[in-house]
Design a protein around this ligand. Structure first.
Ligand SMILES: *[C@@H]1O[C@H](CO)[C@@H](O)[C@H](O)[C@H]1NC(C)=O
Ligand SMILES: *[C@@H]1O[C@H](CO)[C@@H](O)[C@H](O)[C@H]1NC(C)=O
Length: 424
């Protein structure tokens, strides 16, 4: 019987935490209870519209169909990457002159958006689309939503969209502050539930995250990511400097969005690829890839499909983590995760970062040692430790006053799950 009681505690505590988070008023469309996972072309394919010279790389229905097929056949869908999201540059430059509806580019999307949406749904995936709250889209390739919120929201619903990314270019601050909530309400009135991704805070000097979380499922707080360690680290630093504010408003249904996963492209080393994946999981970021799924190297594909790491990102407590130790050379990032023991003590995912930069050998692996208590891992029952990037590892039991040692590659990370032991 004791066993049953213990189990009920374990089940009940996470639910309690989720409820506590849900009490903060957020968008109530029931979606994005864990961070959305999927694919979006922008960083990799930008606004390539020349399909004559670059048929494989242009923003077109064939790119999205190919990617839909690969998400499924290469195993990405099975681990959770389900949203296939069209970014900017899908539109005709003007609206339909009689109905005022948005039009997909006729040459690049000859079958139309309904057909593409059906194709994506037919693969068991979800369909996302891009729009802008202002006068024009950011790449200046088509009309924004200004003056047409109801019509455009309805058009997306009619097309079977499951996710809308609303950018913030060519709009004034007050227009954005009115427009983001208003477009969300227009989406709600269609009766179709669609994840609402807002670029709102990025364009705002002092974002009101309480307000933003009330209207959006996710929000871009940082600049556009580029394919480099420098960019990944800069976004990590932006999060770190604002983390108390940022994580206070995130939870099931509402997430901070540090932009796409650039893994699988050209400039991230294997170690920096692990770094981005680990930190994006610690901070409960959406995992939206931007890459060519046909050419992702096997070892990067293996990282992207690491179920243990994804489980940290998708953890049901829905509590984003943060950086708890930072020096010139090292950082330690910690996220509370399930399971929770009888005393209400969490397990943790812990990422140790080697920033490099030492005077002697700036880009060498480095040893790092810390007493676990100093990271907030203070359960007297102790923790069972596994290396999240090595499924066959089992590092044994550690108590709060034990020192933990890890050796970290330069501009890289080690990433562990500390599973709290139950009470006996
Ligand atoms: C619209 O908003 C209401 C109130 O927040 C919510 O209960 C409902 O599920 C929403 N509907 C859609 C389609 O998002
Ligand atoms: C993974 O862990 C096992 C067991 O601890 C160990 O023998 C092996 O060397 C590790 N592999 C890597 C790549 O670190």
């Amino acid at each position: 019987m004791l066993g049953t009681e213990r189990l009920s505690h374990l089940l009940c505590l996470p639910i309690w935490f989720c409820c506590a988070l849900r009490c903060i008023d957020g968008l109530e469309n029931g979606l994005a209870q864990t961070p959305p996972m999927g694919w979006m072309p922008f960083e990799r394919f930008q606004c390539t519209v020349d399909c004559i010279h670059f048929p494989r790389d242009c923003i077109s229905e064939s790119l999205f169909k190919r990617t839909a097929d690969l998400l499924v056949s290469e195993g990405y869908a099975a681990v959770g990457f389900q949203y296939l999201i069209i970014d900017d540059c899908w539109m005709e430059r003007i609206r339909d002159t009689s109905t005022q509806k948005l039009l997909a580019d006729r040459k690049r999307f000859p079958s139309g958006m309904s057909a593409l949406s059906r194709y994506i749904h037919g693969r068991g995936l979800k369909f996302g689309i891009y729009h802008d709250v202002g006068q024009q889209t950011c790449m200046f390739r088509g009309p924004g939503a200004r003056g047409h919120f109801e019509l455009d929201a309805q058009t997306f619903a009619d097309w079977g969209a499951d996710y809308v990314k609303l950018d913030g270019c060519y709009a004034t601050e007050s227009e954005r502050n009115r427009g983001y909530p208003a477009f969300g309400k227009a989406m709600n009135r269609t009766g179709r539930t669609m994840v609402y991704s807002c670029s709102w805070p990025f364009y705002t000097e002092k974002p009101d995250y309480r307000l933003i979380a009330k209207h959006c499922n996710l929000w871009r707080f940082a600049e556009d990511i580029t394919d480099s360690y420098t960019s990944v680290f800069r976004i990590m630093e932006l999060y770190r400097r604002n983390q108390e504010l940022l994580l206070a408003h995130a939870g099931p249904g509402r997430w901070n969005d540090p932009d796409m996963l650039v893994l699988g492209n050209f400039r991230l080393s294997y170690d920096a690829s692990r770094l981005q994946l680990a930190i994006w999981s610690v901070i409960a970021a959406p995992l939206i890839m931007t890459n060519d799924l046909e050419t992702v190297r096997p070892e990067i594909k293996e990282l992207l499909q690491n179920r243990e790491v994804i489980a940290v990102n998708q953890d049901l407590l829905g509590m984003p983590g943060k950086c708890v130790r930072a020096s010139k050379y090292f950082q330690v990032w910690v996220r509370p995760v399930t399971p929770v023991n009888d005393l209400g003590q969490h397990s943790f995912a812990v990422a140790f970062v080697n920033r490099g930069g030492f005077d002697a050998c700036p880009l060498c692996p480095r040893n790092f040692e810390v007493v676990l208590e100093r990271l907030g891992l203070d359960s007297p029952t102790g923790y069972y430790v596994v290396d999240l990037f090595n499924s066959s590892s089992n590092m044994g039991m550690f108590k709060p006053n034990d020192a933990f040692n890890t050796r970290i590659n330069p501009e890289g990370v080690t990433f562990y799950k500390f599973t709290v032991a139950p009470l006996y």
